[in-house]
Design a protein around this ligand. Structure first.
Ligand code: PAF
Length: 285
């Protein structure tokens, strides 16, 4: 496994693999790996001759009130895990390599995808994500790129980005990996105190409760939100940021659900830690 920090080195290594006829898979990450990340890497390893993992804590997707300095980082530990999984290339650039002085061009996702859910609490976040992902797509030109379903809104933004900007690649979105009690794995779980960790399962329980009322025939979004909110309120120290039922393709929020695939998505605060999660529910005709 090779690690490079400069974009020229990245392009050269990928070009060599491609000249050798290999299919290239890209797993974009911000490091601090848990099983969720590793499941993406395993999938990429199984489907490609050459696997690139990028590790970059992207300042453009953090707001002014979000402490990027506190984001967990463990390049050494992460590299050991990637080596074990047989990754070919790690791209771990510094900020200057990705945003040289004067770089100001941004990729702005369609407003309808970002003026809701996480986009309301984190203005500018999805521009930051779309910009860095577009840059990585341009640098690596992968055949396939791998993302986790846990960041559902992000995955929709990236699918649309790839389609709208004609990136010739497959966007693969893989299932959320959960702890035994249902909590979605996240690098941010490391911030939780013991008590917060115990209460953190409320989000997944709330989404599951929302799914159950849909299964029983409820179609009014307000009642589905209320069923989810009730579970959050029964937990100690958990505050709702949002709980929504949205069209899984377009993220459109309807007051009455119609047949098709719906994403139940939510974000909650436990102290200063913000956790997100979602589940998919199919509504029959
Ligand atoms: O999901 C993440 O870790 C990040 O948002 C991503 C896609 C690597 C872009 O920085």
């Amino acid at each position: 496994m090779k690690t490079v920090c400069q974009t020229e080195e990245l392009r050269a290594a990928v070009a060599k693999a491609r000249a050798a006829g290999m299919k290239v898979g890209l797993v974009p990450t911000m490091g601090a790996f848990h099983e969720g990340h590793l499941s993406l890497v395993r999938e990429a390893r199984g489907e490609n001759g050459f696997v690139v993992v990028s590790i970059f804590v992207n300042p453009a997707q953090f707001g002014p009130d979000e402490d990027i300095g506190k984001y967990p980082r463990d390049l050494e530990g992460d590299s050991r895990k990637l080596e074990e999984l047989g990754v070919d290339l790690v791209f771990a650039p510094g900020v200057e390599a990705m945003y040289p002085p004067g770089a100001g061009t941004k990729v702005v996702p369609a407003p309808g995808l970002i003026n809701r859910m996480c986009g309301l609490t984190r203005p500018g976040h999805f521009e930051g994500v779309a910009t860095i992902v577009a840059k990585l797509f341009n640098l690596v030109e992968p055949d396939a790129a791998y993302f986790g379903q846990k960041d559902y809104q992000q995955s929709v933004v990236i699918r649309h980005l790839a389609r709208d900007l004609d990136f010739d690649l497959e966007v693969r979105v893989l299932p959320t990996v959960r702890e035994d009690d249902g909590l979605a794995m996240s690098s941010r779980n490391a911030y939780l105190s013991g008590d917060e960790r115990r209460e953190a399962t409320a989000l997944f329980r709330a989404l599951t409760a929302g799914g159950a009322v849909i299964e029983r025939g409820e179609r009014e979004a307000s009642r589905i939100r209320a069923a989810m909110q009730e579970v959050i309120e029964s937990a100690k120290g958990v505050q709702t940021d949002y709980l929504e039922a949205a069209d899984a393709e377009t993220l459109e929020i309807r007051e009455r659900l119609i047949p098709g695939r719906v994403v139940l998505a939510g974000a909650v605060f436990l102290g200063k830690t913000r956790l997100i999660d979602n589940i998919l529910v199919d509504i029959p005709e």
